[in-house]
Each structure stands twice: as structure tokens, then as C-alpha cells.
Design a protein around this ligand. Structure first.
Ligand code: PLP
Length: 384
């Protein structure tokens, strides 16, 4: 099978290998928060285990969690969402895959704006589909236009993937921009997979908007993917969500019943606590956001001060995506040499459909960010 391994996990693995060998590595590769899961969420899971919640759960998730998810989406302005439209899966990644598998038949085209999250094209190919990328670079804030989307749509197009806030760029579409893209998709009669895994990780006062909230028609055509990993520092729990029309949610639940069966039962009780004690959850998220924001500014200013690097101010997720074309190396060579010479791990842009860029995650300590910036500046000055 011709499926590329995830390059983000590969860099992280290499950095961990060097660290294990005693090297002082500054890792900007990881796509996961460095905080622990909030205590009350862990306690709810431990209690579920103690109560014997150790058996299979219904394939689409425990009913209380699906109800809580439906309430969350109604609160976000998506009218009438029911628990039957919400599915809990073993990770946002798996939710994306289920969404793609549920609607893509062999030969169908899927429009993917680049820079994209590494797994989208591979998932489309696994479903027999054909990824069609459209590119938006730093000069346009990494955001594709409605005209670009319209042009990319052919009679074979079945879906467009929108990921805001974005991995790898941190870019966040405004409500107006999202609405314009949604209208193009609706006119063409294609699905939108809206990957909102970073929906709560926002800075500079920007707001998150779900395309499914724009109209009844949009709610029918948008498959909203999200999860607990990034928001609540629960990456290892493997808990994702999906919300779609009743017909698609049913198809997704069937797919899940034939593949993973269900997301881990006792883990779902931890997620339920996060949903039911929302004020506590948001207070925990706010605490993490303040730290992320401080690091974001520190990394941004440090990168912008290095000659040859151009770095836009990202307003979401926990990534910066600077352009390094002026430094004269391909991103892959740049990342390999940087790791070799200075023990700094970054993810080269090629895997995100964006050669000439690199992704740095600031989900790491202030100390690593400062030390990493010094090393990066030294490395770049030698190239210049
Ligand atoms: C854009 C995007 N979507 C989905 C995921 C999946 O997250 P998880 O499977 O950990 O819930 C990630 C994780 O890196 C991501 O960056």
C-alpha cells in the first residue's frame, strides 16, 4: 500500500531518539500540549474504572457524552442538533478518516487547501479518492479564496476540507471568509469536512465559527470534526468527535462498529466530566492559553528577528509556520541539518504541501523556546 508515514510523528520520534541518547534537543516538532490533563477529568475516568465501566460501549459513544456534544453544538448556534448526529471516536484523526470514508467513493475528488495537515491527502487516498490541492502562502495569510475553491471544483468533486484554526499554519478564517467558502461548496453540492480540533486555541481576541452554523443547508452538508486532545491536553486518551446530518452520522457509526467498535469506555467518562463541568474546563483551558500566548509571542518575535526568516503572526492552534526560502536550502535539508548541527527539531514544510516553510510548535517550555531560538539564529547566520 502506497501510504506515506506521518512526517510530523517521524521528526518527533527522531528528536526523542536523540534525547534518549543523552543529546540536549530543543524540540519544536510535537503537535501536543505539554500540560497534563486537568485533574478533575482524570478523576472522573479513574472513578469510571473503579465503577467497572470496563466493557464495550455503544459504537457511536456513551449516550450522555453524545447528548453533551449535541448541547455544545446547539450553543454554538447550530439549531436542533441531536445526540443521534454526534459520534465519539478514538481520536480526531479517526473522526477525519471516518468522515472521508463515509462519503468518498473511488475516483471522487477532494479539494484540500495547502498548507494542509499531513494526514488529509493520505486518508483521501486510502478511501480511493483523489486529493486536489489549492495553495495559499504567507502573503495571503495562508487562506484560500472562494475563487480558488470554485476553480478547483469539477464534476468529480465530492468534498472540501477546511481546517480553522489550521495545523500547520495557525491561521484562522474569519466568519465572513468561512461563509464565502461555504457558499461556494453549497452551490456546487459538495460536502465540507470542517476540522475544528483547535477551536478553543485562539489568540488576539479572534472568535471561532463553525460553518455548520451558517444555515440549515450548511448543517446538512458540513461534517464537523473535533476532539478532546488539543483543548484539554488529552492526546493520549484518543477521543475524537464528529457531528453531521443524521444520515452521515449513522453511516459513520456503522463504519466505527465494523472497525474500532468504540472509543475507550472509561476514557469517555473523563470527557463527559469535561463537558458537564464546562466552567471548570474553560478555566483550565484559559490557564493553558495564557501560557501558549506568551510562548507564541516569544517565538514569533524571535523568528522575525532572524534574517532570512519571514514569519506571519498566527492567531490559533500552537504553531508558527515561517518561510525560509531566502536561506537557500529546501525545508527538508534545512530541518535535517538543523537537527544534526544544532539539535533543534522542526518539521519541514514538504509534508504539509508547502516546501519553503517549516512548522514550529510552541507547545514546549519557555526555556526550550529561548534556547532553540539562539541555536536557530546561529545556524541561519552560518548559512547567510
Ligand atoms: C488538524 C488536525 N486534525 C486532527 C488531529 C487529530 O487529533 P487527535 O487524533 O489527537 O484527536 C490533529 C492532530 O494533530 C490535527 O492537527
Amino acid at each position: 500500500m502506497n501510504i506515506a508515514p506521518s512526517p510530523t510523528l517521524a521528526v518527533d520520534a527522531k528528536a526523542k531518539e536523540l534525547k534518549a541518547a543523552g543529546e540536549d534537543v530543543c524540540g519544536f516538532g510535537a503537535g501536543e500540549p505539554d500540560f497534563d490533563t486537568p485533574e478533575f477529568i482524570k478523576e472522573a475516568c479513574v472513578q469510571a474504572l473503579a465503577e467497572g465501566k470496563t466493557k464495550y460501549a455503544p459504537a457511536p459513544g456513551i449516550p450522555a457524552l453524545r447528548e453533551a456534544l449535541a448541547a455544545k453544538y446547539r450553543n454554538q448556534g447550530i439549531e436542533g442538533v441531536t445526540a443521534a448526529q454526534c459520534v465519539v471516536s478514538p481520536g480526531g484523526k479517526y473522526s477525519c478518516y471516518l468522515a472521508i470514508l463515509a462519503v468518498i467513493s473511488p475516483g471522487d475528488e477532494v479539494v484540500i487547501p495547502a498548507p494542509y495537515w499531513v494526514s488529509y491527502p493520505e486518508m483521501v487516498k486510502l478511501a480511493g479518492g483523489v486529493p486536489k490541492t489549492i495553495f495559499a502562502g504567507q502573503e495571503v495569510g495562508f487562506k484560500v479564496t472562494p475563487a480558488q475553491l470554485r476553480e478547483a471544483i469539477t464534476p468529480k468533486t465530492r468534498m472540501v476540507i477546511i481546517n480553522s484554526p489550521s495545523n500547520p499554519t495557525g491561521a484562522v478564517y474569519t466568519a465572513e471568509e468561512l461563509q464565502a467558502l461555504t457558499e461556494v461548496a453549497l452551490e456546487a453540492g459538495i460536502y465540507i469536512m470542517s476540522d475544528e480540533i483547535y477551536e478553543y486555541l485562539l489568540y488576539d481576541g479572534v472568535q471561532h465559527v463553525s460553518p455548520a452554523s451558517f444555515s440549515k443547508e450548511a448543517a446538512e452538508s458540513v461534517i464537523t470534526v473535533a476532539g478532546f486532545s488539543k483543548t484539554f491536553s488529552m492526546t493520549g486518551w484518543r477521543l475524537g468527535t464528529l457531528m453531521a446530518s443524521p444520515a452521515i452520522a449513522k453511516a459513520v457509526a456503522s463504519l466505527q462498529s465494523q472497525t474500532s467498535s468504540n472509543a475507550t469506555t472509561f476514557a469517555q467518562y473523563g470527557a463527559l466530566a469535561a463537558m458537564e463541568q464546562w466552567d471548570k474546563s474553560m478555566a483550565a483551558v484559559q490557564g493553558m492559553l495564557e501560557v501558549f500566548d506568551r510562548r507564541r509571542i516569544c517565538l514569533l518575535e524571535g523568528l522575525q528577528a532572524i534574517e532570512g526568516i519571514e514569519c506571519p503572526r498566527a492567531q490559533g492552534a500552537f504553531y508558527l509556520f515561517p518561510n525560509i526560502e531566502k536561506l537557500g536550502l529546501s525545508a527538508a535539508d534545512f530541518a535535517a541539518r538543523l537537527l544534526e548541527d544544532e539539535k533543534v527539531a522542526v518539521v519541514p514544510g514538504e509534508g504539509f504541501g508547502a516546501p519553503g516553510y517549516m512548522r514550529l510548535s510552541y507547545a514546549t517550555s519557555d526555556e526550550v523556546i529561548k534556547k532553540g531560538l539562539e541555536r536557530l539564529a546561529r545556524f541561519c547566520s552560518k548559512l547567510g
